[in-house]
Design a protein. Sequence first.
Lengths: 286, 358
Amino acid sequence: MMVRQRHLALPVAAAIVAGCLAPLAVLVAFSFYEVEDFDLVPAFSFRAWGELAVSSTDWFLIGKAVLSGLSATVFTAILGYPVALALTRLATSGKGLAIIVLLTPLYTGEIVRIYAWRIVLGGEGLVNTLLQGLGVIDEPLKFLLFSPFTIGLVLTYNNLPYMVLAIWVSAEMVDRRLIEAARDLGARPVDAFFRVIFPLTTPGLAAGSLTVFALAAGEMLTPSLLGGTSGSTAMALVDNLFGTAFDWPLASALALALLATLFLVASAMAGLLLRFKGARAVMGRV
Amino acid sequence: MEKRTEPAASPLLLAMRGIVKTFGRSVAVDGIDLDVPERAFLTLLGPSGCGKTTVLRMIAGFETPNAGEMRLDNTPLADVPPERRPVNTVFQSYALFPHLTVNDNVAFSLKLRGGVADIAVRVRRALDAVHMADFGQRYPHQLSGGQQQRVAVARSIIAEPRLLLLDEPLSALDRKMRGHLQIELKALQRRLGIAFVYVTHDQEEAFALSDIVVVMNKGRIAQKADPQTIYNRPADSFVADFIGNSTLVEGRVLERRGDAATIETALGAITAPAAEGLAAGDAAMLVIRPELLSTRGEGEATFTGSVSNCVFQGERSMIQAEVAGVPLRFAAETPYAVGTPVALWLDASRSFITRIAA
């Protein structure tokens, strides 16, 4: 479509590439600098890269970022599919309302949400009080707050809207007659999902997954304020190195290593999802 | 021409009784009874919004009736989901799975069943039946509309349903392709011996294909009969108006004698076969089909008037003549100039006096 007009995208493409590559180039340069008496000195030193290479803490944190990104992606996808498919069946007015409900948490601001979670999950919080009142538990559940569980829960909650929106847009484009045709040909609802709906919504799933993965893997505030002792992140370490520790070369090297790792994982994820026939059927005709 | 053929008495396959379907406050299907015999080609014919597609969707299981009962092979269908009904559908939009090849589309129902050994052979056979055997590796978007519809038909017959539902399957195709596929569908139906329920708004298509035509109007059945009866003896003025180019002239029955009646109209008193139950004094409609009017005849002309419109259609021209304020349509071999005086002879013994539709 409109192949001859492709050059019109050039200025924007150039701006995006420049805006993306220039800061990266600065980071690469900084990673070879040296720090002398709280001053950045241009040099060609491998000191930062050497330190990074042997630092088990740094690689543990990078791995943790990947893991929390992947788990948020998987959980939001599992929860997001039923929500997105239910949305496609609403009347137009219902869809408008649903979007408002879906997006409201995003407008609330992260700090507000984080403190709200503390109130809900704390030792004398909503969940514990309720469960104790019902006699389900005697002591407050400690793992609800300041634990890996909390981080997983809140990262899933925070990112669910992005996943739902992406799958929903894709699901709206699946002709309802195809689902009827599948049922007509003997597919139970679950068969229709796995043989027709899922393959044809993989582009949306891919878009949602890449978004959620990037956001969750790079999240710093939620783990540090709700994760307790398990709340350390590579991002927080980068922040610390750029700030208090004033080790810009190591901060740059760590940031680049994190970025490269996330990029590789995201590419693998996209490659995997877009290999589905459904994705090719949908994207091939656009 | 006037011979009335009753549909062959076959065992009953599908029985619908008192079926009602409403969407919000609008009534789509308003209490219909419908029987589909085994091996029948039955067509639901009517204008858009008459409820014909809703009837089809209820048989398929996509819609649930608000009232009434449906039985297939004498088994109630009420609690049977679409996937467990021995019924398959050919959709108007074809609804081929875009991410599957032609082979995988056609094999879809057999693969779901599991344990079917000869899938490849049966796919081949189904595609052979619709002359698409060479296209198995293609994807739907690589096929023309006519080819996609053939694949859709193959996909829906491979599981050997008891009943095949076709929802305006040819409406998106050009005239020539439609003609080809009509002939093929009819031949396929005879060969397979599967009952077809076919939905269309095209009366020529309905007549060409069907053993039984069911004309629907506003959610009800206006007439159910073989094509010739529908054409020659329309049950009411709606049917008469919908199925042809006929001129309908309103009047009042003067006298009834056996199968015939005399009706007083703006064109004068005319005696013709009449619908059952019409009696002297009833308001009724005289149906004059174009082919019953001739510009040549013996004795005195039935009507005289002047040409008010002429549409050239190639092999013939459709002429409209004003007679006593009534526009009469008839076919002629050559075009007529507007204003030309014409004398017309009516073969009244083949026209029909019918009820006025509610």
